[in-house]
Design a protein around this ligand. Structure first.
Ligand code: TYD
Length: 203
C-alpha cells in the first residue's frame, strides 16, 4: 500500500468537518489526490447502516447490536473504499474510524475496549490509520453546538464526558500515531497544527 490514511476523531461538535475540509484543500493544492469519507458510511450499504444505527426511532437499541452495526459498516467501507484508495496512492481523510467505536461503544457503553477493538480489527482485516487526529474540547462546550441531535448525540452529558476522556486516553498511549489538537483555539490555529504534523509525516 502506498497511500496515506488519516482519521479525525473527537466528540460531537468539536469542529472535525471544518478541519477535514481545510486539510483536504491544502493537500490537494500540494498535489495530493485526496479522498474524503466518513464513518459510519462511505459506501451505499454502510450509509444505510448509518441511517439505522443513528435513528432516534431505535432509542434503546441493544448495545452489542449497536457495536456490531458500526463494525459492519466499517468492514464494507474499508474493503470497498479505503483499501482501493490506499492502493491507488491517495490520501484518505476519514471523519471517524475505529477509535470512535472504542470510545463510544467500548468505554462509554462499557462493552470493553479490547473486545471492540478486536471486532473492528476482524471486520477490517486489521487496518489502522497512519495518523489519527483527535480534536479535544470540553463536552460542556461542544454539546451546545449540536443541533437536531441524533440517537447518540441525545445521550446524557456523562456519556459524552466518558467519550472525550476515552479519546484522550487512547491518543496518549501512542504519540507517534496520534495528534491531539486543542479545539478550543481558533480554527486557523488548529489547521496550522494539523497541517504541520501531516506534512512532516508525508515527507
Ligand atoms: P457524526 O460523525 O457526529 O456525524 P454528524 O456530525 O453528521 O452527526 O455522527 C456519527 C455518530 O456515531 C457520532 O455520535 C459518533 C457515533 N459513532 C459511534 O458511536 N461509533 C462508531 O464507531 C462511529 C464511527 C461513530
Amino acid at each position: 500500500m502506498t497511500g496515506y490514511f488519516i482519521a479525525f476523531e473527537g466528540g460531537e461538535g468539536v469542529g472535525k468537518s471544518t478541519q477535514e475540509a481545510l486539510l483536504a484543500d491544502y493537500l490537494t493544492q500540494q498535489g495530493h489526490v485526496v479522498l474524503r469519507t466518513r464513518e459510519p458510511g462511505g459506501t451505499p450499504a454502510a450509509e444505510q447502516i448509518r441511517d439505522t444505527v443513528l435513528s432516534r426511532a431505535h432509542e434503546g437499541m441493544n448495545p452489542q447490536s449497536e457495536a456490531l452495526l458500526f463494525a459492519a459498516a466499517r468492514g464494507d467501507h474499508v474493503a470497498r473504499v479505503v483499501r482501493p484508495a490506499l492502493a491507488r496512492g491517495d490520501v484518505i481523510i476519514s471523519d471517524r474510524y475505529i477509535d470512535s467505536s472504542i470510545s463510544y461503544q467500548g468505554y462509554a457503553r462499557a462493552l470493553g475496549a479490547d473486545r471492540i477493538k478486536d471486532l473492528s480489527m476482524w471486520a477490517t482485516g486489521g487496518l489502522l490509520p497512519d495518523l489519527t487526529i483527535v480534536m479535544a474540547l470540553d463536552p460542556e462546550v461542544s454539546m451546545k453546538r449540536v443541533v437536531n441531535p441524533d440517537r447518540l448525540e441525545s445521550e446524557p452529558m456523562q456519556y459524552h464526558r466518558d467519550v472525550a476522556d476515552a479519546f484522550l486516553e487512547i491518543a496518549a498511549q501512542d504519540p507517534n500515531r496520534y495528534l491531539i489538537v486543542d479545539a478550543a483555539g481558533t480554527k486557523e490555529e488548529s489547521a496550522r497544527v494539523i497541517r504541520e504534523r501531516v506534512m512532516q509525516e508525508l515527507n
